[in-house]
Every structure is written in structure tokens, then in C-alpha cells.
Design a binder for this molecule. Structure first.
Ligand code: SAM
Length: 231
């Protein structure tokens, strides 16, 4: 297994265990926050959702997956690789109608998944997984005409990034009490995301910057929208 996959798995599991011990509440949000410190375009970018099949890759506590199932009546699957984060999601939303929670790594899950109308990643698997592995798997799991919507970092909280090559950027971050953990994120320049998406067959690619509106916060995200062309 690759170093980023091992390190990211360790960090997120520690984070989940910390919040299980703290009994941190997991409220259902009333929209999707694609950026940090900015409202962003919310759920509207996903189009009508009632009855549509939606997949969230790296759903964490399942809060956004729950929002789309409960408030937009989508048929949602949330995939989460960390055992403790998955445990939090099941505890919070395991009984919610319209929501299926799966404990799996995203690329592994997509190998045998059915096709979806919409696939989202909100600071989720697309940030933490090699795009050369994940993007072809996402493309194959989108029905023709389907939409990928994903938020990724453009610059981190120190204002560092984005990378001009397809390499993960390591950063030491706190994921609970004690020592920080190293995590690896693909913080890529928009033209690199555009090139990768096109190489893997996506069309209709739109990438919007979402800069934090909090004074002094250099964090910036990109919201990526891309489609699998209808047949
Ligand atoms: C920043 S959290 C975001 C969670 C959720 N999308 C939200 O915004 O509340 C990132 C989550 O993605 C999960 N994750 C990262 N890489 C993944 C992968 N390859 N497959 C499945 N889950 C992954 C992590 O375990 C973590 O729970």
C-alpha cells in the first residue's frame, strides 16, 4: 500500500476515534460548504436531485450524504475508508431512509460499483487519493451525462500550493490530541486538474476558485465540475 494511503488512513482514523471519545455531535447541514471560510454555491451546482443516485467519496461522518438524502430526496451512497469515521456516520445516520453507508476505500469500492448520476467529494477522497487511480474509476462509475462535483485545496492554511506536478503535498496537521500526523493531499494547479480530467475522458470541465473570506486566512479551494458526456 502507498505511503499516502497508509498515512492518510492513520490520520483520519485517529481523528474519528478522538471525536467518538468526545461524543462530538454531527448535525445535518442545510447546504454543502465546498470551500473553507466561504459560502460557495451550495447544493445548487448539483442540479435537481430528487430520485437521483448520488455517491459521496470520503463521506466522513455522513453529514452531507444525509443532507442530500433527507432534504433533497436523493438516493445516496456514502463511502468512507476510516473505520472510526464510518462508525460515526453509522451512529449518526445509519437508519436514515435513502442513505446507504459503505465502509470501503473509494477506488476499491468503485471497481464493482453500479453507475451514479452524481458523484461528489467534499474535501474528501479526491483530495487524499492519487488522481491517476481515482479519476478513471470515477469516470467509469458515472452514467453517461453524469456529473462529478468535487472540492479540493488550492492553497493550504499556510498559503502553500498549488503544485505544478501530479504529486501529493505532505503537511503535518493535528488530528486529535498529541503529536501532529503527516497527511498527503493532491493540491494541484487548476490547469493540472483540467488536464487530468480531460485525459480520463471528462468534458464540460469548470474549475472555480473559492478563496476564504475570513481575514488573514490564505486557505483557498477549487470546486471542480466535470461531466461524462451523454451517449
Ligand atoms: C475532510 S474529511 C471530509 C468528510 C466529509 N466529506 C465532510 O465534508 O464532512 C475527509 C474524509 O475522506 C476520507 N477519505 C480520504 N480518502 C479516502 C478514500 N480514498 N476512500 C474513502 N474515504 C476517504 C477520510 O477518511 C475522511 O473521513
Amino acid at each position: 500500500m502507498s505511503e499516502p494511503r497508509v498515512a492518510n488512513g492513520r490520520a483520519w482514523d485517529r481523528y474519528g476515534r478522538h471525536h467518538l471519545a468526545q461524543r462530538t455531535a454531527v448535525p445535518v447541514p442545510d447546504t454543502i460548504a465546498w470551500g473553507f471560510g466561504t459560502p460557495g454555491p451550495g447544493t445548487a451546482v448539483l442540479g435537481p436531485l430528487a430520485g437521483r443516485r448520488v455517491l459521496e467519496l470520503g463521506c466522513g461522518t455522513g453529514r452531507y450524504a444525509a443532507h442530500l438524502a433527507r432534504d433533497h430526496h436523493a438516493r445516496v451512497t456514502g463511502v468512507e475508508s476510516s473505520p472510526s469515521q464510518y462508525e460515526r456516520a453509522v451512529a449518526a445516520y445509519g437508519a436514515l431512509p435513502g442513505l446507504t453507508l459503505v465502509h470501503a476505500e473509494a477506488v476499491d469500492y468503485l471497481r464493482s460499483a453500479e453507475q451514479f448520476d452524481v458523484i461528489i467529494s467534499v474535501h474528501g477522497a479526491l483530495c487524499f487519493t492519487s488522481p491517476d487511480l481515482l479519476l478513471p474509476a470515477v469516470f467509469a462509475a458515472l452514467r453517461p451525462g453524469g456529473l462529478l462535483a468535487a472540492s479540493v485545496l488550492h492553497t493550504n492554511d499556510l498559503g502553500e500550493g498549488p503544485a505544478e506536478t501530479v504529486e501529493p503535498s505532505p503537511q503535518r496537521l493535528h488530528f486529535g490530541d498529541g503529536e501532529p500526523e503527516t497527511v498527503y493531499r493532491w493540491v494541484l494547479a487548476p490547469q493540472l486538474w483540467r488536464r487530468l480530467l480531460a485525459e480520463h475522458g471528462f468534458t464540460g470541465i469548470v474549475i472555480d476558485r473559492l478563496d476564504s473570506q475570513t481575514d488573514g486566512d490564505p486557505t483557498s479551494c477549487c470546486l471542480i465540475l466535470a461531466t461524462r458526456e451523454p451517449r
